[in-house]
Design a protein around this ligand. Structure first.
Ligand SMILES: Cc1cc2nc3c(=O)[nH]c(=O)nc-3n(C[C@H](O)[C@H](O)[C@H](O)COP(=O)(O)O)c2cc1C
Length: 312
């Protein structure tokens, strides 16, 4: 008997012209520079990975404590610690290039538009990254990051000027700390973004009631993990309805069904962040689980899930 067509579903998705073998991407800041995970999971079994945010010069980040666990989530205020784009190119990129079969997305940020442009120009000159994800949404820096993500005019300038210099597809990562995510999504699209990704973390505060001090040295930090998932799904749905470009959804994904939920809300692909802290193989497990879910649910093409929420 002929096996059903869905026994080998087509898991590939097209993300702004870049083909991903499946829609499950490791999120920035939770997967190092990707190569550190080469011995832990099959990098050729995940859709792509996003590097830690890269800045013009190296950054040490904030002082400790900068990560705490909360109910169904975590708060972090790492402060964008990273090796800087030059060291990334010299020390990390050769190993990334050698992976060949894996899509690497470079996460870019800066304290000014010029900073972001400088990082993009360095990356433009070298092979090894397929796309850029512009972080317009970090809640843990005093300037830059979140200002871009919460002020439509600042976002417009950032996106249009970065788009003008980028030789690769540009994903703009939006802040959830806004009143209208649809407005910010439209601004990103109108200024040339090839895709948008959301959500970054939610600004949050936890207080130690014995010491009466904030539990994070930075006082506030970004909340991530399952605690934010229903809010993130709602925001992805609102953003996806507002734009024509692809949307990458994230926020609290722990398993394949969570990934499906984001896709039904309108995401073309998903990113998995905090789950990698609990299980470093989470991204691969979710990618494999998504394929199994498609088989069990008789979904022939993963791409058909996008925007499939029923409202009738
Ligand atoms: C420890 C930590 C570091 C992060 N660093 C970055 C970063 O450098 N750049 C960025 O765009 N997002 C960063 N993020 C945000 C994640 O990529 C993701 O948007 C967010 O955590 C929500 O997804 P999750 O609930 O699956 O973790 C970081 C998140 C965590 C938990």
């Amino acid at each position: 008997m002929k096996p059903p067509e869905t026994s080998t579903p087509d898991m590939a998705v097209n993300l702004a012209g870049v083909r991903l073998r499946n829609p499950v991407i490791a999120a920035s800041g939770t997967f190092g520079y990707g190569v550190e995970f080469a011995d832990i999971l099959g990098l050729d079994r995940i859709g792509a990975f996003v590097t830690k945010g890269l800045s013009r010069t190296p950054m040490e980040g904030n002082r400790a404590p900068r990560i705490i666990e909360t109910a169904s989530g975590m708060i972090n205020a790492i402060g964008l610690q990273n090796v800087g784009v030059q060291a990334f190119v010299q020390e990390k990129l050769p190993a990334i290039r050698a992976l060949r079969n894996t899509v690497c997305i470079a996460n870019v940020f800066g304290f000014s538009v010029e900073d972001c442009i400088a990082v993009i120009r360095v990356l433009n000159e070298v092979d090894g990254t397929a796309m850029y994800e512009l972080n317009a949404s970090c809640p843990n820096t005093k300037h830059g990051g979140m200002v871009f993500g919460t002020d439509p005019e600042a976002l417009a300038e950032l996106v249009s000027r970065c788009r003008a210099v980028s030789t690769r597809p540009l994903i703009v990562k939006l802040s959830p700390n806004v009143t209208s995510i649809a407005l910010m999504a439209r601004v990103a699209q109108e200024c040339g973004a090839d895709a948008i990704s959301l959500v970054n973390t939610f600004v949050s505060l936890a207080i130690d009631v014995k010491t009466r001090r904030p539990r994070i040295a930075n006082v506030t930090g970004g909340l991530s993990g399952p605690a934010i998932k229903p809010i993130a799904v709602r925001m992805v749905w609102e953003a996806a309805r507002a734009v024509r470009i692809p949307v990458i959804g994230m926020g609290g994904i722990l398993n394949a069904e969570d990934a499906v939920e984001f896709m039904l809300a309108g995401a073309t692909a998903v990113e998995v962040g905090t789950a990698s802290y609990a299980d470093p193989r989470a991204v691969e497990k979710i990618a494999t689980g998504l394929k199994k879910w498609c088989v069990a649910s008789q979904v022939a093409r993963a791409a058909d899930l996008t925007g499939g929420m029923r409202l009738d």
